[in-house]
Design a protein around this ligand. Structure first.
Ligand SMILES: Cc1cc2nc3c(=O)[nH]c(=O)nc-3n(C[C@H](O)[C@H](O)[C@H](O)COP(=O)(O)OP(=O)(O)OC[C@H]3O[C@@H](n4cnc5c(N)ncnc54)[C@H](O)[C@@H]3O)c2cc1C
Length: 435
């Protein structure tokens, strides 16, 4: 029932259904010796690529340094759900930061999704885009939360949500598990690695240079021209942008307390027949539920069910992923009990303590963005554009986001993982008890 695990070299793509469906990847050089650039971006995920594209479109000269391969991190491994908004809801943002900040976020709930669509269109990126995303509810409380979200988003001018009860949600999900749900007609889903690879091609088409297998081991931003050092070379630049997110490691110590790597696990079934696919997801939308530790799933272009869930604080890899995730899948779709699991993989996202993404500066010429807390496909595109605008001289959006207070994880990385696990245990228990 479960295909044998495949293992790739650590600097190559994780052995996912995505990596198996992108064909031969372009070879890109490794950084050697000293190079100078207007702007050096660390990280070839969506944050780095989005920043790079926006800067190149404005006429800047950009180099991207990727430690492994383009899309090797969360951007090439994620659930592919193009979900509007941010992990922290507008209600939380209002409560914490007030009405003006909430109004700012409210105006930009759909911005990341729009940027993705524009890029797909403008650069001809084929990434199997399919429309709409669905939030599902297990309990009455989840349904009330969704109704409240719909009302709040309407107040901020977004009216693309539609509610479903137990009977009507079956038109979208072939499962008895749910009490109802809410669709976002302006959400979407896609092949995440193809998007990253398409964006890297866009960077190069605009004259940007990408170095792969070029992990930055340290940065020096004490002088007017920051320097990013790899094992074999260094880039000296006018502006340095750090977008390593959960995989940055210890290369930039100042960023360590800001985020906690968290791993989540994904499986992909064998390709389903058209009949099986229509049975479980008749309208081909992607789905995530309302729990703290949630299931997320969708059909790939070749009819595999891509099903994710689970978290491990501290970013450790789970060993037997199928044993963790397959039972969750069968709770939703017992009809898949004889379906083979072809791929399983881990990926790390970056949790911020507030669950609001962060951007900011470490010096006048050193910038960063990270911490989308598991909802970063759209957020990383928005934050990347905001960073690019700021470097180009328009600080209007940057100042709002950079001005938000942030808190380190209590106890740092070591104990932060344990505290978060305890918090997660508490919320998970609440979910299980239906509170
Ligand atoms: C399994 C999984 C499922 C997810 N599902 C969803 C989803 O369905 N929807 C959603 O909205 N979000 C989802 N997310 C979150 C989303 O994928 C991320 O928020 C988003 O991709 C972050 O992009 P990024 O560019 O900031 O980070 P990453 O994509 O992780 O990119 C960082 C890159 O920087 C490189 N790097 C790091 N350090 C260095 C260094 N020192 N030198 C050079 N390069 C370096 C890494 O190799 C990596 O390629 C998921 C995440 C995971 C892990």
């Amino acid at each position: 029932m479960v295909a044998p695990a495949r293992v790739n070299a650590p600097e190559e793509h994780v052995a996912s259904a995505y990596a198996a469906s992108v064909g031969v990847l372009p070879e890109r050089p490794q950084l050697q010796g000293e190079v100078t650039a207007d702007i050096c971006v660390i990280g070839g995920g969506y944050s780095g690529l989005s920043t790079a594209i926006s800067l190149l479109e404005k006429g800047h000269q950009v180099i991207v340094l990727e430690g492994a391969r383009i899309g090797w991190g969360a951007s090439g491994r994620n659930g592919g759900q193009v979900v509007n908004g941010f992990n922290a809801g507008l209600d939380t943002i209002t409560r914490r930061y007030g009405d003006d900040t909430a109004a700012f976020f409210g105006r930009h709930l759909q911005e990341g999704g729009k940027i993705i669509r524009q890029r797909i269109e403008k650069y001809g990126i084929d990434c199997d885009l399919k429309e709409k995303n669905l939030y599902t509810a297990f309990t009455k409380k989840h349904l009330l939360e969704l109704e409240a979200k719909q009302a709040l988003w309407r107040r901020h001018g977004m009216d693309d949500h539609e509610m479903f009860d137990r009977a009507s949600i079956r038109q979208h999900v072939g499962s008895d598990a749910y009490l109802g749900g809410m669709i976002d007609h302006s959400g979407a889903h896609l092949h995440p690695l193809k998007l990253a690879l398409g964006e890297a091609a866009a960077v190069e088409s605009l004259g940007g240079r990408i170095f792969e297998q070029s992990r930055v081991v340290s940065v020096d931003y004490s002088g007017p021209q920051p320097v990013a050092k790899t094992a074999a070379g260094q880039v000296r630049c006018k502006n340095l942008v750090i977008c390593g997110n959960a995989y940055l490691g210890k290369a930039v110590p100042a960023l360590l307390p800001r985020i906690l790597p968290v791993s989540t696990q994904v499986l992909a079934t064998e390709p389903l027949s058209d009949e099986q696919a229509r049975d479980i997801l008749p309208t081909d939308v992607c789905v995530e539920d309302c729990r703290y530790i949630l299931d997320y799933f969708r059909l790939s272009a070749d009819n595999r069910l891509i099903f994710g869930g689970g978290v491990l604080y501290g970013g450790r890899d789970a060993k037997d992923i199928a044993a963790r995730i397959r039972p969750n899948m069968l709770k939703i779709f017992p009809q898949l009990k004889n379906v083979r699991i072809d791929y399983t993989w881990n990926g790390n996202f970056a949790l911020s303590f507030s669950r609001v993404p962060q951007l900011g500066q470490l010096s006048n010429h050193t910038w960063f963005a990270h911490g989308y807390s598991g909802h970063g496909v759209t957020g990383s595109h928005f934050y990347g554009k905001v960073l690019a605008d700021a470097i180009h001289g328009d600080l209007s959006q940057y100042n709002v986001l950079a001005g938000l207070p942030w808190l380190p994880f209590p106890g740092g990385r070591l104990f932060g993982a344990q505290y978060s696990a305890i918090g997660s245990f508490y919320y998970n228990l609440r979910d299980k008890l239906g509170f």
